[in-house]
Design a binder for this molecule. Sequence first.
Ligand code: ADP
Ligand code: MG
Length: 260
Amino acid sequence: MVDTPAAPAHDGRQHTLGAPLVVLDGVNKHFGQLHVLQDVDLTVHRGEVVVVIGPSGSGKSTLCRTINRLETIDSGTIAIDGVPLPAEGKQLARLRADVGMVFQSFNLFAHKTVLENVTLGQIKAKGVPRAEARDVAMSLLERVGVANQADKLPAQLSGGQQQRVAIARALAMKPKVMLFDEPTSALDPEMINEVLDVMVSLAREGMTMVVVTHEMGFARKAAHRVVFMDAGRIVEEETPENFFTAPKSDRARDFLSKIL
Ligand code: ADP
Ligand code: MG
């Protein structure tokens, strides 16, 4: 865990938030007997950064995975930019492209170069011409600070570099919202900040983000809202300042006492 000082008043959160972009309404999900998401309502506005925290097993990853429909839901609705997530087909593929996802474990294509990792999706899923895809990829790799690694294979990079490539790969699809599921949990401590810095700069540029993380420094710097989950429910929603200094629920207090 890396803690950083609280952000100054004129930080990246000052831009005004837009219309609802991701809307979950009464979402329920079971894995067999386990009620893993229980009546979840969540609205993420354009330009908003929502940090999701909560104990292991509380449903944070499942929540992320339902938003780009890697998991189905049993009841309720999920809409992206006003369009309900359909069950399948071309429309689903299109909506999914609006949602970028970065996982704990990087998930890069091991046998493709860094550059190929960032161009392939653009060429295959979006029909972007190869030369243009390459230009987009190189400028994104530049932006996340790994352009000089473009011709290497992922395994030749550090974990922090690989995760920055994964962020560039997701951004290459020009998503409307980015989901991050514990993006720094698998990293050695000295690499955590290089990934968080990229995420903070994305937030400051106005990217809509849902971030599962226990990095309080990131939440304090970049989050508009902290959502605390426990046992499949959203128990508390607060500004980071209020949440970390005065959590309302016993469960949040108990959780914070263990991680802070
Ligand atoms: P978190 O990310 O907060 O740790 P998860 O969303 O990964 O929580 O998991 C929530 C609960 O659902 C856990 O009890 C987990 O074991 C269970 N779970 C997650 N994925 C599956 C699955 N594919 N099949 C069955 N149970 C699952
Ligand atoms: Mg998880």
